[in-house]
Write a protein that binds this ligand. Structure first.
Ligand code: C2O
Ligand code: CU
Ligand code: CU
Length: 488
């Protein structure tokens, strides 16, 4: 019955203002971690209509059948319902804001007009906002979440995030695994108090360095669950909906799996890997064949990984004061697959070319923009030395033009950089990581580790107007690591 154990750990009161005396500001805090693999995986509800409403409420809901937590929900469910639509559809959503804070919805990865994109200046404090847009893009695993300035982290953390799945004819022609063989996995880490409350109180080192890391992994809202599968090929759509945590996704014994899609849909060709880094905001579409496993249970894990240049003392402090359990880069289980002794038809074959994509041509790039990512003692995270200002336009790009954006991480924390209103192709990463399997396809969020420079090429075809780009570590974003760009 009692599935939890308690860890007593240090947590930092949010009142601390300087780094040197922080240690004396630490309080003891008891947190809950559930026993692993005791609860079944659950799935979000589906919305398949083109006309619907999304109501955000401030309310209690259950985590792990046990705790009644107070948080936020979209349409009274956590995770939020999965919206499923098709390329060419016109979407009409009425958003009702009943949470008692400013909010606005952003359709992450979708290219929609500026006033439909969830720019933080379009927040509503209550009442409704009507979103209308066409789905003009490739099939893929997109998502939606709030985007009010300085409140995004809290609202996503307390429950507001869901999948937005787009289908099209090209993808349908592949006959990929569907129904019970297609599994959405929303991965989020949470800190839950011993009394069962969701804790969201980022301390200064957390804002400044690591972001807010939790000790309890929730998959589709369920603490480290299990799921029953058969011996055959499954499609997993994985979304890292965590505020700050990067996962190094792998199966037990590093059994290989096949990456078929990234943020912006199918890759040109499938790529077999043993593990895959997935930063906040990123998605990965993978195929896994459970008949290749010799074990009866196979856990999905996050393997340890190295944080280049370490992050030094401040990162160490952020980690120590923040997460008493899993530090950024440590290894742990996400969930478990229980493999039944039943074979299903695995005559499934992937074509050599998964999709036709014409990526922007290097020769067409008119401009290279350098976007430097810094941390300044008095300001915190900055982009090109500046913090976000609602009405300042930081970059102007010409509609229809092709550009190269060069993200230069001059700080000592990882930054998953996300650009609204465009899908891009990563063309280069300095250092020894190279490009990942997912980076052979379309991306809207890319991980830039400390010391790295990542170049991406993109063509701006979205409607004219002002959009944002930002770090998708939500504590970084909320503390100002965001900028406006205008398509003119
Ligand atoms: Cu998913 Cu501007 O964010
Ligand atoms: Cu976005
Ligand atoms: Cu960041």
């Amino acid at each position: 019955m009692n599935r939890k154990k308690f860890i007593t750990k240090l947590s930092l009161g949010s009142g601390a203002i300087a780094l040197a005396p922080v240690l004396s500001g630490c309080d003891l805090e008891e947190i809950t971690v559930f026993d692993e693999f005791t609860l079944p995986l659950q799935f979000p509800n589906l919305i398949e209509d083109a006309n619907f409403s999304i109501t955000a409420t401030n309310q209690e809901y259950k985590i792990g059948n046990e705790f009644q937590v107070s948080g936020f929900q979209f349409n009274r469910s956590y995770p939020a319902p999965t919206i499923k639509s098709r390329k060419g559809n016109a979407i009409n959503v009425q958003f009702n804001n009943e949470i008692g804070q400013d909010s606005v919805i952003h359709w992450h990865g979708l290219v929609v007009p500026p006033e439909m994109d969830g720019h933080p200046r379009n927040v509503i404090s209550s009442g409704s906002y009507n979103y209308q847009f066409m789905i003009n893009q490739r099939a893929g695993t997109y998502w939606y979440h709030p985007h009010p300035h300085r409140l995004t982290g809290e609202q996503v953390y307390k429950g507001l995030a869901g999948f937005f799945i787009v289908e099209d004819d090209e993808e349908a022609s592949l006959n990929l695994p569907e129904d019970e063989f297609e599994i959405p996995l929303l991965i989020q880490d949470r800190r839950i108090s011993s009394s069962g409350e969701i804790i969201y109180n980022p301390s200064m080192p957390e804002q400044m360095m690591t972001g807010f890391l939790g000790d309890q992994i929730l998959i589709n809202g369920v603490p480290t669950p299990y799921h029953n599968v058969k011996k055959g090929t499954y499609r997993l759509r994985i979304l890292n909906g965590s505020n700050a945590r990067i996962y190094n996704i792998a199966f037990q014994n590093e059994t290989p799996f096949t990456v078929i899609g990234s943020d912006g849909g199918l890759l040109p060709k499938a790529v077999d890997v043993n593990s895959l880094l997935l930063a906040p905001g990123e998605r990965s579409d993978i195929l896994v064949d459970f008949s290749r496993f010799s074990v009866k249970t196979a856990s999905l894990q996050s393997l340890t990984f190295e944080l280049p240049s370490g992050g030094g003392m401040m990162n160490g402090m952020g980690n120590m004061m923040g997460s008493g359990g899993h530090e950024q880069g440590s290894g742990f289980s996400l969930m478990e697959f229980r493999i039944a002794d039943e074979n299903i038809d695995t005559s499934f074959t992937l074509p050599y070319r998964l999709s036709e994509s014409t990526f922007p041509d290097l020769n067409d790039a008119e401009t290279t923009r350098r976007i430097s990512l810094n941390m300044q003692m008095m300001q915190g995270h900055t982009i090109n030395g500046k913090q976000f200002e609602m009405d300042r336009v930081d970059q102007q790009v010409k509609q229809g033009s092709t550009e190269i954006w060069e993200f230069v991480n001059e700080s000592n924390t990882p930054h998953p950089m996300h650009i609204h209103a465009v899908q891009f192709k990563v063309i280069e990463r300095t250092g020894n990581r190279g490009l990942t399997a997912a980076e052979t396809g379309w991306k809207d969020t890319v991980l830039v580790m400390p010391g790295e420079t990542v170049k991406a090429i993109m063509k701006f075809d979205a409607p004219k107007g002002v959009y944002v780009f930002h770090c998708h570590n939500l504590e970084h974003e909320d503390s100002g690591m965001m900028a406006n760009f205008e398509i003119i």
